[in-house]
Structures are given as C-alpha cells and as structure tokens.
Design a protein. Structure first.
Length: 128
C-alpha cells in the first residue's frame, strides 16, 4: 500500500500542474504556516519534510531541494527525504548526487517496495 503513496507522491510532485489560484493560495498559506513552525523550532524535520512536499507540489524544485536537505541535516537516516532528493537530483541531471540519494534511500528504508524503486533508479542512472 505504501508503494501507491510513493507513486502518487512522485506523480503529484513532478507533474506539471495547471492549478487554480485558490489551490495555489491554499498551498502558499500552508507554507507560511509551516515556516512559522520552523521559526519556532517546532518538529523541525517533519515541518521541513512537509515544506519540501509543498514546494514540489508548486513545481519549485530548488526550494524543495533545500527543504529536503534540511531534513537530512536533522535526520540523516530519513528515507523519505532521500527518496524525494533522488527524484529532484535526477530531474536536475545531477547523476552522482541522485545515485547517492537513491542508495541512501535504499539503505535506510524498511519498505521492500521502496527498495525496489530505489534500486531501479540506481540501475538506470548507472547505465547512463
């Protein structure tokens, strides 16, 4: 079941969206709320993770990358952040970083389906 979550997340995070103004405004308000939590040092890793997902949803790969990298600084074994960084680095043609992120995702997740996805990405990137 978790595989469906990650597949949905991948499609959701990196597809071109034609979002209405209301949806975009809702996301931006949520981003502001999360940033306030971060300023107050509330559940930093989880808030950076949420922030990364929201920036991905808006199509802002650079800000999403920064957020997920902050998660890794706080939780070096967070497989979800490595999963998303793998996607972002791959999208940006940062092959070495993408392989490293996917390898860490593979190493740190307990989910066998996520391990399979990570391994497929690693194999694909190494062939390039």
């Amino acid at each position: 079941m978790k595989i469906y979550f990650y597949i949905f997340l991948f499609i959701f995070a990196f597809m071109a969206f034609s979002q209405g103004g209301v949806e975009k405004e809702k996301i931006e308000n949520e981003i502001m709320s999360i940033k306030k939590n971060i300023e107050m040092k509330v559940d930093l890793a989880q808030n950076y993770l949420k922030l990364g997902y929201l920036y991905s949803k808006l199509g802002d790969a650079d800000k999403a990358q920064d957020a997920f990298e902050n998660v890794i600084k706080l939780e070096p074994y967070n497989s979800k952040a490595y999963f998303m960084l793998g996607l972002i680095y791959e999208k940006k043609n940062m092959t070495a970083k993408a392989i490293d992120a996917w390898q860490k995702c593979y190493n740190y997740t307990q989910n066998t389906e996520i391990k399979q996805i990570a391994q497929k990405h690693i194999d694909y990137l190494r062939k390039q």
